[in-house]
Design a protein around this ligand. Structure first.
Ligand SMILES: Cc1cc2nc3c(=O)[nH]c(=O)nc-3n(C[C@H](O)[C@H](O)[C@H](O)COP(=O)(O)OP(=O)(O)OC[C@H]3O[C@@H](n4cnc5c(N)ncnc54)[C@H](O)[C@@H]3O)c2cc1C
Length: 493
């Protein structure tokens, strides 16, 4: 890259999404600057849970082993009626097919601290107290005006990603509007610390009581969250009143030992930016999409954006791909995000029902369907489609991550490279893809589950992208050819 650039990638915003993007990109040889308006990290939790895919991404940046001890893998996530009947029940596999537990409860500031420390270890230039103000694009890059502790200066970058949250000044600067699902529900969110939980249930649950829908989450350590729906006629001020909060918590019988760390009123809504890319500027995380928290997927979706973008930007910077590869970002991510928003809204509509008759009907219908083995809402999210993928079996699926008997995870062999695994020996010459044959010594302890997977896909080989989604299956030469051809296409397919 030419020297008149301060960096290849400027990340605006150091929330979890910006931190993961910066760490992944820098680890893949991209020079990264992060600017963050706030001089200090945001000290209060927002996300309560994240999933296995996110832990796998943390593994890619070398922090999963540090983050896992900070988290708790809940047994299940349930939706109850007011009298405790289970409407929805999601069991949490302790180690699922992707190498980690299905779900982890977290304390977001503790996880973000690990991510920040990792950025310093990787040599990312983190600039706090520096606010994005404006940008100008030209064919080669982006010139960004920032305010650095009251002083204006410029940063020049090849690419900019706005990870600057729901109000996103970067999105504003680009004039990008939001598609609104018209889901808009006000809730009181309480974050608490309880030294002696006693008989407080250690669960993640939605209590679908039409008198007052409530979320109760045992997060990690001594932290517990309650969320109370605010009903028509109630005001935020009423709900934030200390006496009112004690009244709301009375059924849990813990008022005498609770420390309220934060009380805030949020409006839960669902929004998707109409465009996620404008030339050399992209949006990720809450800047690109927001959703109600009932599926626990807002931050997860943003971190998936980061994993999708980082390797594509790195491939362009290395000269292994054309800029057009970035058009596949929104093509792949938007349908995935919209499917998850659909799930989050479906869950929200179950929880947020205030009409007693309608709630009784809901309970009756859902319990009947459940007793016949069906569950109304699925958390099996779709594979990627379109974008930077071949049209072959299993393309777009997340490749499994088997764990060997001695506790090693498959991805630890792969680093951050694209990988081709074939049944027969491969000549690796002339490809940037790392190649493994099923009988190679490194792969031996994972060979059996991969063999089973290839057989199910009806293929001799699989090419896996750096974000661990399957690029395609089939025959080695065809896959390697398609990988190079698609990367060098001037206009994305
Ligand atoms: C009550 C609640 C519960 C939730 N539960 C879950 C859950 O269980 N699981 C889940 O996955 N998600 C959950 N979420 C959503 C999750 O918290 C967010 O999706 C996630 O924090 C967004 O991360 P981000 O990095 O995109 O944005 P943010 O974390 O908002 O970070 C944006 C950063 O950009 C900075 N910034 C803004 N403007 C500028 C500027 N001009 N210049 C420089 N920097 C700037 C901000 O200071 C901020 O640090 C929940 C949210 C809420 C509110």
């Amino acid at each position: 890259m030419t020297s008149d650039f301060d960096c290849d990638l400027l990340v605006v915003g150091l929330g979890p999404v910006g931190a993961v993007l910066a760490a992944l990109a820098q680890s893949q040889g991209v020079s990264v600057i992060v600017v963050e308006r706030s001089p200090t990290p945001f000290p209060l939790p927002r996300a309560a849970v994240f999933d296995h895919e996110i832990m796998r991404i943390f593994q890619m940046i070398g922090v999963a082993e540090r983050i896992a001890p900070l988290c708790r893998a809940p047994e299940r996530y349930q939706f109850h009626t007011a009298c405790g009947q289970v409407l929805l029940d999601f069991e949490n596999a302790k180690v699922g097919p992707f190498g980690w537990a299905e779900t982890y409860a977290l304390h977001q500031p503790a996880v973000e601290e690990v991510l920040r420390n990792r950025l310093y270890e990787l040599g990312v230039r983190v600039q706090t107290g520096v606010a994005f103000e404006r940008l100008v694009q030209d064919p080669d890059g982006v010139t960004v005006g920032v305010t650095d502790n009251g002083i204006s200066r410029e940063i020049r970058a090849r690419y900019l990603v706005g990870c600057d949250g729901s109000w996103s000044p970067v999105r504003e600067a680009l004039g990008i509007t939001l598609d609104d699902y018209n889901f808009d529900e006000p809730w009181l969110v309480l974050d608490t610390i309880i030294d002696e939980p006693g008989d407080l249930p250690i669960v993640c649950q939605q209590i679908c009581d039409p008198k007052r829908p409530v979320t109760h989450m045992a997060m990690s350590g001594k932290r517990f969250r309650w969320e109370f729906m605010i009903k028509p006629g109630e005001t935020a001020e009423d709900m934030l009143d200390e006496a009112r909060i004690r009244e709301l918590l009375a059924p849990w019988n813990c008022a005498d030992r609770i420390e309220i760390e934060r009380k805030a009123v949020y409006r839960f809504h669902a929004l998707v930016a109409k465009r996620w890319r404008d030339g050399r500027v992209l949006l990720a995380g809450d800047a690109a999409h927001q959703m109600p928290p009932f599926a626990g997927q807002g931050m997860c979706s943003g971190i998936r954006d980061s994993a999708n973008l980082a390797w594509k930007i790195a491939a362009i910077v290395r000269g292994d791909a054309e800029d057009a590869v970035l058009d596949s970002y929104q093509q792949e991510r938007e349908p995935h995000v919209r499917a998850i928003i659909g799930t989050a809204i479906a869950m929200g509509q179950i929880v947020c029902l205030l009409d007693e008759t309608a709630a009784a009907e809901r309970n009756r219908d859902m319990l009947a369907r459940k007793s016949s083995g069906a569950q109304d809402v699925s958390v099996l999210y779709p594979d990627l489609t379109g974008g930077h993928l071949t049209d072959t079996a299993c393309a777009g699926a997340l490749f499994p991550q088997p764990v060997s008997e001695d506790g090693e995870r498959l991805d630890s062999l792969f680093g951050l490279d694209a990988v081709l695994i074939a049944r027969s020996a491969i000549d690796p010459a002339g490809t940037s893809v790392r190649t493994f044959s099923l009988d190679s010594p490194e792969l031996r302890k994972f060979a059996e589950p991969i063999d089973v997977w290839l057989t199910k896909a009806g293929a001799d080989a699989v090419l896996i992208r750096p974000d661990r989604h399957v690029f395609g299956t089939g025959e080695t030469a065809a896959l390697l050819g398609a990988w190079t051809e698609l990367a060098h296409r001037k206009i994305a397919a």
